[in-house]
Ligand binder design. Structure first.
Ligand SMILES: Nc1nc2c(ncn2[C@@H]2O[C@H](COP(=O)(O)OP(=O)(O)OP(=O)(O)O)[C@@H](O)[C@H]2O)c(=O)[nH]1
Ligand SMILES: [Mg+2]
Length: 365
């Protein structure tokens, strides 16, 4: 573990390198009269300027073939607009470090449409800024409904499905907003609501156009969840390929495709399990909807009722956050498709790595 967070006062892990030995946040804040945020940015700039200090200490770890995890601070500007992190990553990349970024986002942001929109924009910006294979993680999924029930099913958030539904949610919350001081009805004026709606739809379109962001879930005490995330990270950074002879750039291509596909089949299956485990309210609501649909007898109902039943089925699907017209036929609600971006070459490389046993499952170290 390499600690890059100057504000990590009590490290909950054994550290191989601690950048607090290079620069001390308390001293920086005092000397330059900075707050904790400005102080942290200063410390990262200082590390960038003195990167040889870090490289010297990394060298023996690399020589031993160690798997290195950098623990960065949580301030988003370090990944979205401040240049130091991107510059540090770029220099390590030039030295042939095989890296991936693991971006942790608290799951409870899913319970608020506006917060989830911000999460999407931060994740996308970080991906574009760092130019690394990315694993976006919804962390603390065991607490996901702590701040309220989710407006959609979990796969809506992990797979980042049709964002027009998220925009509809934002529109309704704008209309139902608090009454302005001094009386009058609740909600925003028609003009500002329409501008807000347009802005949200433009942001949603941007995220959808790049088609890069998706998430896996993680609960730190859940062994299966952690093992699954680790396997995905090992694919994204190329660790699972071990010494497989790959042409330059192949691991990067495969990793980023495996990553942008969110781990494919494994991730989709797991999302359902995670929802069952940590979102009992959503699961019960879903079962209730399915039950309502089942109660309509399609065989005996007159044509109009059959049409109503079909509409109810579509509504149940929509309520799960998955547009009926995007769902595969058959057992639609529970099935999944192959990752959107996985090319046959990428699939073949991953299959070869797994067949060679170079996965963390067979190689727990
Ligand atoms: N319930 C639960 N708690 C978690 C999980 N992961 C981390 N925590 C706890 O959340 C607290 C905050 O940890 P993190 O979210 O990792 O944040 P941090 O590293 O302190 O903060 P930054 O680096 O500044 O983002 C700690 O007490 C962790 O033990 C999880 O999956 N479930
Ligand atoms: Mg931290």
């Amino acid at each position: 573990m390499v600690n890059v967070d100057p504000a990590n006062d009590h490290l909950p892990y054994d550290v191989a390198i601690d950048t607090r030995e290079l620069v001390d946040l308390g001293e920086v804040m005092e000397r330059y009269e900075l707050g904790p945020n400005g102080g942290t940015l200063f410390c990262l700039e200082y590390l960038e300027k003195n990167l040889d200090w870090l490289l010297e200490r990394l060298e023996p770890l690399v020589a031993e073939g160690r798997y290195i995890i950098f623990d960065f601070p949580g301030q988003v500007e370090l990944f979205t607009n401040h240049p130091s992190t991107a510059n540090i990553v770029a220099r390590l990349g030039k030295l042939d470090y095989r890296m991936c970024a693991v971006h942790l986002v608290d799951s409870h942001y899913c319970s608020d449409a506006a917060k989830f929109m911000s999460v999407l924009l931060v994740s996308l910006t970080t991906m574009l800024k760092l130019e690394l294979p990315h694993v976006n993680v919804l962390s603390k999924v065991d607490l996901i409904e702590q701040y309220g029930e989710l407006p959609f099913s979990l796969d809506y958030f992990t797979e980042v499905l049709d964002l027009s539904y998220l925009c509809d949610c934002l529109d309704s919350s704008m209309e139902a907003g608090p009454a302005p001081a001094g009386g009058g009805g609740g909600g925003a004026s028609r003009g500002s609501a329409s501008k807000y709606s347009k802005l949200n739809r433009a942001m949603a379109e941007l995220v959808e156009d790049f088609n890069l962001v998706n998430f896996v879930t993680c609960a730190v005490e859940d062994k299966e969840s952690m093992a699954g995330v680790l396997r995905l990270i090992d694919k994204a950074n190329g660790y699972c390929f071990g010494d497989l002879p790959l042409h330059p750039g192949a691991y990067h291509m495969t990793a980023s495709q495996a990553d942008s596909a969110g781990g494919g089949q494994w991730a989709s299956e797991r999302t359902m399990d995670v929802q069952e485990k940590y979102m009992p309210a959503s699961r019960d609501a879903h079962l209730e909807r399915v039950d309502r649909v089942d109660r309509v007898d399609l065989a005996t109902a007159p044509p109009t009722a059959a049409a109503a039943a079909a509409a109810a089925a579509a509504a149940a699907a929509t309520a799960r956050g998955r547009r009926a017209d995007r769902m595969p036929a058959g057992d639609a609600p529970m099935s999944f498709t192959m990752p959107k971006h996985m090319t046959p070459e990428a699939a073949a490389i991953i299959a070869a790595a797994e067949a060679a046993g170079q996965t963390r499952q067979k190689n727990p170290d």
